[in-house]
Every structure is written in C-alpha cells, then in structure tokens.
Design a protein around this ligand. Sequence first.
Ligand code: ADP
Ligand code: ZN
Length: 798
Amino acid sequence: MLTISDLLAYDTSPFSIAHAAADMPAADMNEAKNEDEQPKLFETEPPPWELVDAEEIMSASIVFAEAPHGPFDYKVPGPLREHVQAGMRVHVPLGKRKQPLTGWCVETKVQTLRGPALRDVIDVVDSEPLCDAQLVQLVLWISHYYQTPAGVVFDTLVPSGVRAGAGTREQKLFTADPQSLDDRIVDALPPKQRSALRFLIAAAKPMTLAQWTVEAECTESPIRQLHRKGLVRIQTRRVMSHETHVARRIGGDESVKIETLSDEQTVALASVVAAIDSGKAKTLLLHGVTGSGKTEVYIRAIQHVVRFGRSAIVLVPEISLTPQTRARFECRFEGVAVLHSQMSPSERHFQWQRIRSGEVQVVVGPRSAVFAPLPRLGLIVIDEEHDGSFKQDTQPRYHARRVAHRRANLAGIPLLLGSATPSMESWHATRTGHAELIRMDHRIANRPMPNVQLVDLRQRDDRSRGAISRPLATAITQTLRDDGQVILLLNRRGFATTIQCPACGHVVACPECDLPLTHHRDGSKALCHYCDYTIATPPWCPACRFDGIRYGGLGTQRLEVEVKARFPETEIARMDSDTMRRPGSHQKVLSAFRSGEIRILLGTQMIAKGLDFPNVLLVGVINADSALHFPDFRAAERTFQLVTQVAGRTGRGDRGGQVIVQTFSPDHPAIIAASHHDFVGFADGEMIQRRKFNYPPLGSVARIIIRGPVEETTEAFAIKMMDSLEAARAKLGAEVRLLGPAPPPIAKLRGKFRFHILLQSTSNAVLGETIRRGTATLTTPAKDEIQYVIDIDPMDML
Ligand code: ADP
Ligand code: ZN
C-alpha cells in the first residue's frame, strides 16, 4: 500500500527519517494548545482519494500546529498558483475534520503526479510570505530538533500581532484601468474627469483617495464617476494604522562618545571583523571580564556590518533590566528596533513590519528576537550568553543560542557570544575548535577588579541581628559616609520563605504544588511562587490552631525592612518581580539610582545583570548559597555566574569598589573561584565534574516530563513510556542512558502529579532519534488524563 510518507518525500527538510503511516501516533504532543478535539488525522486516513492519470500539478507542502508530523502535500488549484508561496498560511482540509485548518506552506513544487490525487488548497491567508526561505528552514530545524509540530514553531516565530494583522486597517488604492490608455476614451471625458485620470496615469503608482484629490487638486466627484465608468480600479491592502509607535529613545549620558578602543578591544574587534569579512559562518566567544567594554566591541562590529548594507541582531537578557544597553545602541545607530516583553500586539506588529521592510539596522531584544525577519542579516550577537532566560520554558523549548547558531549557519554569517562568565557549553566549544575564543582580561582604563571578601555565616556570632553580618554592616556604613552607593543581592522574593507552626511543625503549603507558600508582607498574603496560588496569611496554625505561627527564611521584603531599620536616614529601593510589575518601573528606579537619589539598591538577580554605575562602591551578597544546593548539575555554574556578575557591578569608576559575600560554603569551588574572578579555574574544575557523568557540554541530556491528575495512572504511563524508549534504544542499538521514571524535585505542580525520565547520550542526534521513535509507537491517553513534554537540552531539572 502507498503510505502518506511515500507521497510526501520531502527531501530538502531535516525530516530525514520518513515516518511510515502506521507509526504515526494519534496523539498530539502539543501540550500548550487547548484543543478539545484530538487530531483524527492518522486514524481516519486515507482521505477520499481517487486515482488519476499522470498529471502535472503545482503542489504545496503544508505543516500544522495540530499535527506533529508532515509536511503534507496539497494541490494548488490554478487560480491560486500565483499566490501560494513558502512562508505563507493557507486553509486546507485535514483528515475528516469538517472545518478547514490553517497550515503553513513550507515548499511549493511543480510535480507530475501519479497515483492518488491530492486534496486542494482552499485559499491563501497571507498576501506575502511571513517568513523568508531561511526562516522556513529554521522552523523545520527547530521542529525536528526540539520535537515540536512545525506549525507551533511558526506560531512562535511570527508574533500573534503579525498573524492577526494587529494595528492595521484596510486602505483603498486607485489604479488606472488599461482602457484608459486609449486616448480616444480619455479625451471623450468631461474635463475634470479627464484631468484627474491623466494625473493618475502620469503618476504611474497606486494612490489613495486623499493623495489623489490633494495632488491632482480635484474633488471626489470626478473620481467617483471614473470608478463608475470602470476607468479606474480599486485595490485594497492592509497598512499599519498608526505610525506613532516609534520607540521612545532613552538618552542620558550613554551618548558619551568613546574615541579610542583599548588594546584588548582593538584585538577583539579585529577578530570579529575578520570573521565578518570571511563571509562564512563562524562562532566567536568574547570572554571579557565585567567592565572590559564588551558592548563597545559589539557596536563597532555592527557598524562594520551596517557599512555594507547589512543588519544585526543583538540578543540580551530582558531588555527592561538593562535600559543602559538599549540606550547605547539607540544613540549609535539610526534604525534600531527594540523588542521587549511589554509590547502590545500592534506595537510588535509595527516593529516587525519595520524590520522586514529593511529599514532597521539593529534589532535588540530577548530570545525571540533571534527570529527577527531582517532581510540582510550580517551578524548575530548574544550578550550575557550564559543567561538562563535564553531558553524558553514552553513549547517549543528552544534555546536562543542554539537557534542563533543554526540561523547563522544557514545565513553564512558569524555568531558573536559575549560574557564574563561563559556557559560551559560555549567554553567547551572553544576548547574543541567549534568556536574561536577572544579574551579581554582587563577592565577599561586598567581599573582593578574589586576585592572580594567572604563572610563565613557558620562562624557568625551576631546571627540574632538579622540578615546583615557585622562586616557587611560596617562596610555599608563606611560606603554611605564616603558618598558611595550600595547594591545588595538576595535571590528570594517575598518576606518569609516558610510559614511554620512552632507547636505542631505544620508548614503552610500550596494544595496544588505541595510546596511551602511564601509570606508577602504587602497585603499579608501567602503565595505559591510556582503557580501563584494565593491566600491570606493564616494568623494561627491551620492544623492545630496554635496562635503564634512563625515566618522563617529570608526574602527581599524582610531584607528591605531590616535595611530600613538599620539605615533609617538612607533612601533605598527594592527591585524584584513584585515591585517591578508596571512597565517602566525598572527605568524609574535605575535612573533614580543613577542620579544618586537612591543610595542602596537591593533586589533579586535582576540587579546582578549588566548595570554600569561608577558610584557603586560596595556590593553585598546576602546569601551566596541560595542556588548552590539545587539538585541540578548546573547549580555550581549558576552560583559562580551570579556571584561573579553581581560582584562586577562595582569598581566601575575611579573610586574602586569592594564586594562582601556571605556564605555557609566558603570552601565551595564555585564561591572561591568567584571571589578570585577566576573563570578559567572554575571552568576547568567544573569540566572534571561534568566529565564524570558525561553531563553537558560533554554529552547531551533530554528530559521527558509526564504529568496527570491521578498519580497512579501518571506513573503507569511513565513506565510505559520508559519501556517504549528502551525498545527504541534496543532497536537503534543506541548508546543512550535512560534514568527513571521518578518524581522530580517538584513532584506536584498546579494540581498535577509529575514524573520524569532523563536521557543521556554523547550524541544529540541519537538521543533525539531514540525519543522520536520511542514516543511514535506510544498511544497517549486522552489529554485531560496524561500530558507529556519533551525538553531537549533542559536548563532546569525541577
Ligand atoms: P562589560 O559589558 O564588558 O561589562 P561595558 O561594555 O559595560 O562592559 O563597559 C564598561 C564601561 O566602559 C562603560 O561605561 C563603557 O562606556 C566604558 N567603555 C567601554 N569602552 C571604552 C573605551 N574604549 N574607552 C573608554 N570607556 C570605555
Ligand atoms: Zn502552587
């Protein structure tokens, strides 16, 4: 029998392994979509095909969000031939569904068809492609690598505001009908109509009614007559309805011109320029200590690219946290598009159109900016490339670094990664010849790295006095006396991290997640940081009614109270996701800090990133261990990064700076290395640890999370999945280590029980294929019973 995949031989895609129809699961692996209907595609095929004689047709290969496989071929009927292109959406029938579905065209071809007839494309949604050929290739790669339906990837790539045409209106455009080329017809017209028509013909471009009446100096009435006589035609097209979105530039002292590069910057720039000029894909890692001037290297490299009429993408961790970075780009380039998470759909659409039209030279934004549809991309930069925010935690669970690497390869352009604390992945790439290492070991103007002092919290004799140890308190007092500013890092928000009854030991926990609730002082509420479940904080123990429940553990709100009590005369501000809800609030706090109005800035990792304030003379880390004891092989790496990055916020001016790190683990290699600003030492030691278990970057890891409302059936399905993966491994003869199923550290989340399976291998291709095969033969129960998520290269193990 002829299978679908025989018909769908799609040889240019990365779907190298054809799926036999029998292997195709009925399940939808798209966890995020709320479809009440399960796709019936594979149970109900074949569709009512008829056999026809060999026929030359145009066909379109279509992918869907609702079907994990594909692409599927459809016939493009004659009238649509001119209109269907790759990168556009179309309406087509799928399976036995009554309503047509929206799918994405990934390829069109003219083929001679023998055998079953194809079903027809019904109509075309877009008037022009939303993705160019390279982005279509990128989508197919992401779909394959991250095992996500290609339609879901398209929907991620093309913002919803663009798909919905947000912020657009219809515009009517007038053009002359071919009859009007005949002078005899034109000359027979009343004079007003004749002159209006001659004007339109001479203009040789479509015009709006307003343009035409103004430029031809006529009223609407002759135009109406011309239209009635069929001498002019009206076309409609969608245009942006307001052009008022042009991003507000945030100026400030960032416009300071940097005249000469440091020697290290000069050498670094030369390497990047050489890579750009080579016209080839290449990855470069700029490992530059905090304050070494990496941003200036990015800017000059981009200027080089722009000089040749090309453009660049700069990925940064959430841009609202780093208004300075944004300002630096905005004052150095004409066409900058800044993308951020607080944009409205129509704003996003507006920026997207600007980017696509070629008027934008530089796109600055978070991970999704890696998809910016720049027509002549010349360079991709990822600043703070180690940052966890570059991995998306919903489907498709892509990592922007990996996607950027792919895109750069497809485009044949360099990828420039920069960090003071490179990820182990990028570091390893420089050691294995996959990336070129560029080092900047010194700060600008040869400023020294700040001195870091460790305070051993185990030895502390003043513990009753709160979160701030004596040496830190003394240093704060001294800094304030010297007119300096202070940054204090505590990576837990809320007031108290546990609410516990001292009489019976009961801990107030989230009923949906079984995890302790955090007490928030504002509004006296207790909330779950995983699902936002919120209750009024109970005044007595809900279990034994004991009146005297205790708030344990330290969050930023409690720290704020303590700092205010100790330094009552001092203006302080707290930055965490609770105080930074409103758009623009980061900027407000940061500019008050810059002006010196705020003297002490305390907060979560938000304040650890990228800030450049020369008057910060002291950085205090309240508890360096907060990230250290997570059951995750990246715990040490994260701790090293956090401490090094926040330490790097001081000593950026001429007055030097110092760092005080409070810790219960002063002997931990990550903390020792961070206190010496010793990335290479840390990385060498860490690599030895990773090698022991073949953890990334030495091997690949994937994680499958299975969840459901009933613990037993969820576990039973997890075991079934494990069996299926084991069978796939055996069949492939693959060297893959399978672990689990087991409850992950967060064993219950939002009312669902969770199990996970970990897979490890030295080859990500083998790993991916094992999962693909292992899940393909598995029949998934109904969606409200069990869901599973495949996370390739997971960044968290919780
Ligand atoms: P990094 O990102 O490496 O931590 P930045 O790019 O923030 O460092 O640069 C640190 C500071 O040095 C900034 O204030 C920047 O304006 C300044 N700077 C960068 N390059 C030069 C230079 N060549 N001359 C003078 N100042 C510079
Ligand atoms: Zn919860």
